[in-house]
Structures are given as C-alpha cells and as structure tokens.
Design a binder for this molecule. Structure first.
Ligand code: NAD
Length: 507
C-alpha cells in the first residue's frame, strides 16, 4: 500500500460530520466494523420492537396524506433528492468505500445509480399511466387506474448498501408509498447518511408528511418484524436465497406482496468466434471486480474446448496482476472481502473444488500482516474438467469456475443447470449463437447479455432474476407497477342496466 490514508475510523467520523449524521457514543450503540482494517468505524443504535412499531405507525399515517398528493408533486421531492445526492456524491461514495469496501470508482458509480433512478422516477411521476378499455356494454366506459399501495419495507444487502434502496424508494415515493428501510446490519452508516441527504430534500420540499421515510436499524429480527407486519403490503427484500426462503412464506401467509432479489450464480459462455480480448476484460471485471461481491458477479465460465486452456491461462495471469489493497487508493482494483465469514466461505468453496477433482490457482489471503482483521484476497480460478456440484451454489467472493464445452447446446444446458437465474451472457460474433442465447430456448435468466459481462446493469431495464433468485424485478421498465394497486372501474353513463355476457336478471 503506497499511499497513506487516515484510519478508516477517523475518515468515517469526518465523512459522517460532513454528511450531517450524528452517531451515538460507543456505550450506547452497536459497533459497526469496516472491511478495510476490520476496526470499528462508529456505533449505531438498533431499533427495538417499540421503536419499530412507532416507525411503522408513522408510515401508515404518512400514507394517508401522501397518497393524495398529485404524483408530479411527489416527483418534485425525488427531484430535490437527486439534487442533494449530486451535492453529496463524493462524501456518500467515500462512506460506501469505508463501509462496504468498494473501490472509489465503483462506490461513485453506486451513488450515480441513485441519481439516475431519481431522474427516472421524476419522469415516471408524470407517466403512471392506466388504460381505457372498450366495454362490451352500450353506454359504459371501462378504465384501469393505478393507485398508491401503502408503506413499503425495503430490506437491503451489504453489497449495494445504498443503490438498491434508491431503486425501490424513488419509485415507491412517486407511486405514493412511504418507505421503511431496514439496511444490512453490516452497512448501517451509509443508510443513515442517505437519510440525512433525503432529510435535506424533505426540508426543501416543505410539506411532506412526518414518517414518509425512515430507517429501521437491526439484524434479521428487525427484518422479520417488518416481514410479518400486515400493515406493510409490499416487502422488497434483497439478499441471500436463505433470507428469501425465510421472508417469502411469511409475506405470502398474510397475502402481502414481495419483491425478492436473491442470490445469483452467473455464467458466461465463450464461443470460438468471440473477440477474446473483449471477453478477457469482461471476465476479469465481472469475476474479480467488487471482490466478487456483486449478485451479478461472474461465477461460471463455460468455454469452447478449443479455447479453454488459452483463455483460462490469460485469466489466471490477469488475476495475478490485479492490484489488491485499500479501496481508497486510486490504483486499487480489488478491495477487501466484507468480513471473516466471507473469507471462510471462500476457503471452503476452494476446498470443495479440489475435493471434486478441480484445481485452483490464486485465492491466497493478502496483507494479513498489515491488516490482520481485514480479508484481502487474490481472486481464484478453479479449473474443472466437467461441471461439478461445487458450481451449483453462490460463494460471495472472487472465485471463478471454468469448464470446457463441445457443442453450443451443451454450453446452454450447463449454463441453465443451476438453481439460480439472475444474470448470464454469451461472447460470440455468430448471430445464430447470439439469437439462440436470447431466445425462448436460450438463457433462463432474468438478465441475458451479448458481448458484455453479466454484471453492471443500467437502471432503465427491469432488474432481477428467475428461479432461486426470487423472480422479483426492480428499477426500470414497468417495475413501478408493483408499488401500486391496480383498479378496474366501469362507469355506466346510460339509463339502462345491461349485464355483461348477456346475462338476464329481470326483476
Ligand atoms: P443476507 O441475506 O445475509 O442479508 C440481507 C438482508 O436481509 C440484511 O438486511 C439482513 O439483515 C436481512 N435478513 C437476513 N435474514 C432475514 C430474515 N430471516 N428476515 C428478514 N430479513 C432478514 O445477504 P448479504 O450477505 O447482506 O448480501 C449478499 C447476498 O445478497 C448475496 O447472496 C447476493 O447475491 C444477494 N444480493 C442479491 C441482489 C439481487 O438484486 N438479486 C443484489 C444484492 C445482493
């Protein structure tokens, strides 16, 4: 590590001051550890049952007022929030780096994503269009209208500590819904900072109801409390498939709605016609970027047998050369894993590869002498002769499995033969392969790309995946409809009362 930085704790204090976030004294709160050196960054207060109850009640009251504010006026709040985010982008991004370990450009990209979704939502606030539908009855008109739904709970993961909330919150707010945010217990500070920024927008907006947006701090129990609450019609939960399995039945039991954005196990197919230099860059960014801690990170590389050794050698060399270190340093491309548990899972996954007949290069722990409580690693490449059980699960770390294929059909079945269905891609210059990959008989994932890697989605499209990824869609396209309730209305402006389908019921 060439450059010297303030300790993460001192740096966090400075940023929290600049962002206007008060933190409680150590004895009053829970410690928040940062991944850069594993030390405590600050303390936060966790909400107990009584505090959560008060926040949910306030959100319910806020709903009654917010739902009747015209949608374009609601959009004005999000427009102001976007302005405040632009002003605070550098500080919020720096805090994301401290708390989640992302390199500076990725952290800035995450805040940019929040700004982008603000812009999207402001436009949307004038486009919450319904339909007019032809009625079969004379003198009748039918229409479909979208109404606000109610308080939305957003449960978020550590690895996109602020953007995922913004994808949900910006849409929910223009749709007329209050937002209750339960951030990851690993990244509570960025949530408090985001809320401080939102509060500035609320102050400028002037007359938004109290309780329109809040943060509930805590772990699984706090999330579960929101999940069970029948006053919350929509729970948008991002995290592991294990978490989704717990959340989904609880919400379904009370006939609530959920948006589930869960684990991925994303693949790339590289065919003989691929541009290999493009493929190499896409592979290294999507497998090793964010230290492999994106839901869309590349985990499985399926390469034509004629290329597999050459490409795997090139990936191995690139992995060896990647600068690993303090994510604040401009030359760093790979920051730390979030914590020891993530490192333990990484080691266990590499052992599973070896036990199943594969070989692993890389994967060493780095900088352990300088930073004994932080977990920096060299990305690992696992070569397997054929698909193996170890490729079926997601390890949230930079571990890339590579296997050869012989026919394109086999490559597609290897790709689809996992329980998850988030993101996928093919590197090819053959139009038949590209179109087959995107066809009904191709990739079974929510995201399918041609000649780009599986990670790094834009906000304009609906984001999410199939199978154990949970089936939810967030962000762009028509995802907004999930935050509203649909009403079909028929108006009779005739003097008669004809029944549909010609039914007669004469009194
Ligand atoms: P996690 O499942 O450990 O925690 C996610 C959130 O769920 C946290 O806020 C946690 O407190 C809460 N939670 C955990 N158990 C809960 C329960 N029983 N009830 C209610 N809330 C509960 O996930 P993580 O380690 O923070 O994040 C990594 C995982 O998230 C990976 O699997 C990754 O693929 C996934 N992820 C998915 C997406 C997506 O859009 N598909 C995006 C980001 C992360």
């Amino acid at each position: 590590m060439t450059q010297s930085f303030p300790t993460p704790a001192a740096h966090a204090r400075d940023l929290l001051d600049k962002l206007g976030v008060p933190t409680p004294p150590a004895e009053a709160g829970q410690p928040v550890r940062g991944p850069i050196d594993g030390e405590v960054l600050a303390h936060v207060l966790h909400d107990d049952a009584r505090m959560i109850e008060a926040k949910v009640s306030a959100a319910c009251r806020a709903f009654l007022a917010w739902r009747i504010v015209p949608a374009p006026r609601r959009g004005e709040l999000v427009r102001l929030f976007g302005e405040e985010l632009r002003a605070a982008k550098a500080e919020l991004a720096a805090l994301v780096t401290l708390e989640a370990g992302k390199i500076a450009s990725e952290a800035a990209g995450e805040v940019q994503e929040m700004i982008d979704i603000c812009d999207f939502a402001v436009g949307l606030s004038r486009q919450l269009h319904g339909l007019t539908i032809a009625s079969e009855r004379p003198g009748h008109a039918m229409r479909e209208t979208w109404h606000p739904l109610g308080p939305v709970a957003v449960i978020s993961a550590f690895n996109f500590p602020v953007a995922v909330w913004a994808w949900n919150a910006c849409l929910a707010l223009v749709c007329g819904d209050p937002v209750i945010w339960k951030p990851s217990e690993k990244t509570p500070l960025t949530a408090l900072a985001t809320h401080a920024i939102l509060r500035r927008a609320l102050a400028r907006f002037g007359d938004a109801p109290e309780g329109l947006a809040c943060v509930v701090q805590g772990g699984r129990d706090a999330g579960e409390r929101l999940t069970r609450d029948p006053r919350i019609p929509l729970v948008s939960a991002t995290g592991s498939t294990r978490m989704g399995r717990a959340v989904a039945p609880l919400v379904a039991e009370r006939f609530g709605r959920s948006i589930l954005e869960l684990g991925g196990n994303n693949a790339m197919i590289v065919t003989p016609s691929a541009d290999l230099s493009l493929a190499l860059r896409a592979i290294v960014f999507s497998a090793a970027g964010t230290a492999g801690q994106r839901c869309t990170s590349l985990r499985r590389l399926i390469v034509h047998e004629s290329l597999v050794d050459t490409l795997a050698d090139a990936v191995e060399t690139a992995f060896q050369r990647l600068p690993v270190g303090d994510p604040r340093a401009p030359e760093t491309l790979l920051g730390p894993l979030i914590d020891k548990a993530a490192h333990d899972a990484f080691v266990e996954a590499m052992n599973a590869v070896r036990a199943e007949g594969g070989t692993v290069s890389g994967g060493e722990r780095l900088l352990a002498d300088e930073r004994p409580d932080a977990y920096y690693v060299r990305p690992a490449l696992a070569r397997l002769p054929t698909p193996a059980p170890c490729m079926q699960s997601e390890t949230f770390a930079p571990l890339l499995h590579v296997v050869p294929y012989t026919s394109f059909d086999t490559a597609l079945s290897i790709q689809n033969d996992v329980p998850q269905g988030l993101s996928s891609c093919v590197m090819t210059n053959d139009v038949r392969e590209a179109e087959t990959f995107l066809s009904a008989a191709g990739s079974d994932c929510g995201i399918a790309n041609v000649n780009i890697g599986p990670s790094g989605a834009e906000i304009g499209g609906a984001f999410g995946g199939e199978k154990e990824t949970g089936g939810g869609r967030e962000s762009g396209s028509d995802s907004w409809k999930q935050y509203m309730r649909r009403q079909t209305a028929t108006v009779n402006y005739s003097g008669a009362l004809p029944l549909a389908q010609g039914v007669r019921f004469d009194l």
